[in-house]
Every structure is written in C-alpha cells, then in structure tokens.
Design a protein around this ligand. Structure first.
Ligand SMILES: Cc1cc2nc3c(=O)[nH]c(=O)nc-3n(C[C@H](O)[C@H](O)[C@H](O)COP(=O)(O)OP(=O)(O)OC[C@H]3O[C@@H](n4cnc5c(N)ncnc54)[C@H](O)[C@@H]3O)c2cc1C
Length: 473
C-alpha cells in the first residue's frame, strides 16, 4: 500500500493514492496494471525496441466503458495519456512515460456482415485478424503489408498496401467510427453524424479521441491472388529502376509493384551465394484472376534477367503475411520517409548508391507504388492529404544491438537528406519518427482545418502523445 507516482499532462510528477487507483480498478471490466503488477512488462512492450517507456498506469480495456473510465480518470487527475492499438508505431506513440496508457490491444473482434459487405472491427485487432475474418467470405479492406500491424493506428493515419491502387486507402473505405472524446463522452462519427470529426479521423491520427470501433466497407478479393518476388542482381538496379517506371505506370489498378533494395534473405528460391548480398527486389501483386494477372504482370517480369523469381497464385491472406518474418517485433528500428510524384534518374542513382552502404543486414530502402484509386480522391476530402504521391519511400533502418544505433540512424538520415530535393515535401504521418517535427508536412493544406477541429474536440490537448495537432488558439 502506498502512493503512486504518475506524470501529469504538463510532464510533472504527481502522486495518486492507493485508494484512487483501487477505485479506478474497481470501475473497470478489464485490468488495471501498475509497475508492480504481473504482466506490466509485457503490456509495455511494443514493436520498436528503440522505445522504452514506463507508463504509470496501464488500463487493459475490455470495452468502450473502460475507455470512458480511463479518459475521465486521466482528465480529472490532469494526467498524461497515451493510447495503444497494435503498438507498431515507429515513433512509439502507443507509450508514455509515467502517464495512463489506454491499452486497446485486448480488444480484437472482427464482425463481418458478408451480405452487406461491411466489417465492424475492434481497435486492438491486427491486419491479420481482419484478413482472416474477411477472407473467409472472399472479402477484404485495403490495409498494409505486415499482418501484425494494428488496424487502429494504420487506419487513423491513412493506411496503404497492395489493394490501395484498386480500392483506395484504408480511410477511403472507413464508413464510421465509435469513439470516446476528451470529455469522456461516447459518440459516433460517419458521413451522417459528426461529419467534421469523421473527416478528421480519416488521417488525423489519435488527436481527436479514442476510437472504440471501426466500420469498413469490404470488397471482393481473392481468396487467391497472384503475388511474389522477383529478385535481380544489384549491379543492374539502376538500369532496371529506369525501366521500372514505364512498367509500373502501365500496371492496372488491381496490380502494384514495389521496389526493395536490401541484402538478400536466405530465401529458398535464391542461390546460396546471393544470400546476404545486396539485391534489388520487385515485390509484385495482382488481384485479377490468374490468367489476367499473368498478362498484366508480363512487363514487370520482362524487366531483366532475375536471379530468382517466386511469383504465382497464392492466398491473399498468405501474401499479407509474407513479409512478417523480416518485420518481427523486438528489433531496433529507425525510419525516414519521403513521398515522390515520380522517380527521377538522379533519385535512382542516389538510391542505388545509398543501398550500397547498408549498415546492417536488416536495413532496406523500399519504394511503395501508390496512385490509382487513392489518388483520384480530392486532397481535402479526408484529413490524409497526399493524393499526389505515386511513390512512398521508407528508409527502413533496422538492427539488433544498441551498439549499432549511431551508424544505423545516421545512414537513414543521410539517405533522407540526399534524396530530399526529389520529394514532394509531404510525409505519411504513420512513417514519422520520434525525433521528427513534421506534422505540418504530414497534413499540408488540411492542417489549419485540423487545428480548428482539435480546438473543438480536444481544446486541452488530452490526446497529445501522437503526431500532435496543436489546438487552434
Ligand atoms: C512493420 C511495419 C509495417 C508497416 N507497414 C505499413 C503499411 O504497409 N501501410 C501503412 O499504411 N502503414 C504501415 N505501417 C505503419 C503503421 O500504419 C503505423 O505504425 C501505425 O501507427 C500502426 O498502428 P498500431 O495500432 O499498430 O500502432 P500504435 O503504436 O498502437 O498506435 C499508433 C498511433 O495511433 C494511436 N492510436 C492507436 N489506436 C488508437 C485508437 N483506437 N484511437 C485513437 N488513437 C489510437 C496511438 O496513440 C498512436 O499515436 C507499418 C508499420 C510497421 C511497424
């Protein structure tokens, strides 16, 4: 028994009595963890091992009622708040030091309405949870490329992946959310209710409240798609990337081809002598039927003489998890990202040069192909504004030990700085790192409207552990 030291929203230490903490615990259906509780260490572990923060209290929510209790408790006591969905955010924004962590990760239901083609999804569900339930009916929502990512944070930032060129961003398929706002009230936001708030959550991150349920529109996909990897020799990367541009531009919306520059993992379809050597990988996807996909992907397959190819029909859900082994939690990670409208010759030369200096075998530069349906939405239709980005580069520095921090972080920053003159200046909010101040670049011309809505829904900035939108005024 004793007092608990916790942190206030203005980052001062304060104390809570045992009685106050016990009272909160008694009001929950879920579990309240303190630093002394069993399970506390597991509950504060997130994907990026660079982030090591110790919340003062962790509310492991069992439902929206627990979220309301946690928000009201934090507000009444002036405490710092963070919100965790899948815990994948590179900046570690799921966690705060000393404050109240509202942990939604126990909430993982996915309810599919196959006739109405919608899904209602809990805020702790992963992309894998969603794909598993929707694919049982041959349906899907466009999401991201790693099945352990949380649907909550991904959606609130925008969300893009293999189906984006055909069906838009994840937010373009969001029909509504239930949420708890900073005053502890529960409300619904959709095109018909609280439409301004619905606009803001489609890209505005966790700035406007805690989403307790997402409703998505579903599309027929698969269950079989055509997907796989084409691996080329690194010394041909510059030439291949130049020719990639025309091949990528000719792809139908159902298809996408991403570039990955990295050291070859020990994949069984690659000769052993290539393992651990730099390669250029084309990650290829097509949701058309098998014959149409083979035809559509022909220009990409004809780009050069690959070292190895593993491409063909496979379950959509399997492709969605194909990169999981390279992206497992627990490693140290640092990212830098640019958006591009085109891939210039000078950019290609820089990318190839920088990929020749990978500081760890786990580092990579990937260039994801967007465009298609995602870019046919007006930039002011949702808070996510980057409807001009045809390519998103993520310099994904990843390594194992703290001793490697300095060279691995420096490499990512160098690639970012050297390629900046080719970029739009905008950035996908979900790729912004802990030490970056790029909120205005993330929201562009939508930033002022977001600030006004932040002032309306969270004037005291209770939800500040995120890429924070300052309340107007
Ligand atoms: C390996 C890997 C691969 C990725 N691939 C892609 C990709 O292909 N496409 C893509 O678009 N993105 C991708 N991302 C980025 C991903 O979208 C972000 O990391 C996203 O923040 C993850 O969401 P989360 O719920 O797991 O994260 P968390 O860290 O739990 O949360 C992220 C942010 O959202 C807030 N938040 C979470 N849940 C809620 C909620 N219910 N209500 C309010 N706020 C909330 C948090 O407070 C935090 O600020 C990838 C990330 C990783 C690590």
């Amino acid at each position: 028994m004793g007092d608990f030291t916790v942190r206030t929203a203005d980052r001062r230490d304060t104390t809570l009595t045992q009685q106050a903490v016990d009272d909160l615990g008694a009001r929950l259906r879920g579990t309240l963890l303190t630093p002394q509780s069993d399970g506390y260490e597991q509950a504060r572990a997130i994907w990026n091992a660079m982030i090591d923060r110790r919340p003062g209290l962790i509310v492991r929510c069992a439902g929206a009622a627990d979220v309301m209790q946690a928000v009201r408790f934090a507000r009444e006591n002036g405490l710092l708040v963070s919100v965790r969905g899948g815990g994948h955010n590179i900046a570690g924004n799921a966690l705060c030091d000393g404050g109240v962590l509202i942990d939604l990760s126990p909430l993982r239901y996915v309810h599919v309405d196959p006739m109405g083609r919608t899904a209602r999804v809990a805020p702790g569900a992963t992309l894998g949870d969603l794909d598993r339930e929707t694919q049982a009916f041959g349906l899907a929502v466009p999401t991201g490329i790693n099945s352990t990512t949380g649907i909550a944070g991904l959606t609130l930032g925008g969300g893009f992946g293999w189906l984006t060129r055909k069906y838009g961003l994840t937010v373009d398929n969001l029909l509504g959310v239930d949420m708890v706002t900073a005053d502890g009230q529960f409300l619904r936001a959709s095109a018909d209710e609280n439409a301004d708030l619905f606009w803001a959550v489609r890209g505005g991150g966790g700035n406007f409240g805690v989403v307790t349920s997402f409703t998505f529109r579903l599309h027929p996909v698969g269950p079989m798609v055509t997907a796989g990897l084409i691996v080329h020799p690194f010394d041909k990367a510059g030439d291949l990337m130049r020719r990639y541009r025309a091949a990528a531009a000719a792809l139908p919306d159902e298809a996408a081809c991403w570039i990955v520059l990295r050291k070859a993992p020990p994949l069984p379809f690659l000769p052993a002598e290539v393992h651990g050597k730099e390669v250029m990988v084309l990650a290829v996807f097509c949701a058309l039927d098998e014959a149409a996909a083979a035809k559509a992907l022909e220009p990409v397959r004809a780009l050069g003489q690959p070292i190895g190819e593993h491409l063909g029909p496979m379950p959509y859900a399997a492709w969605q998890a194909a990169f999981d082994p390279l992206l497992a939690p627990g490693a140290r990670n640092y990212w830098k990202s640019h958006n591009f409208t085109r891939i210039d010759d000078g950019l290609i030369d820089l990318l190839v040069a920088e990929a020749g200096k990978l500081p760890s075998p786990h580092c990579e530069i990937f260039v994801g192909q967007l465009g298609g349906a995602a870019n046919r939405v007006p930039a002011d239709a949702t808070a996510y504004p980057h409807r001009d980005a045809d390519f998103v580069m993520n310099v994904h520095s990843r390594w194992e030990t703290a001793a490697e921090d300095t060279p691995c972080v420096r490499w990512a920053r160098d690639v970012f700085d050297r390629t900046a003159s080719y970029a739009t200046g905008g950035v996908y909010v979900n790729f912004v790192t802990d030490d970056e101040q790029r909120v205005q670049a993330a929201y562009g011309a939508n930033y002022d409207r977001l600030r006004a809505l932040k002032q309306r829904y969270d004037p005291g900035n209770l939800f500040c552990v995120n890429q924070n939108i300052a309340p107007a005024g």
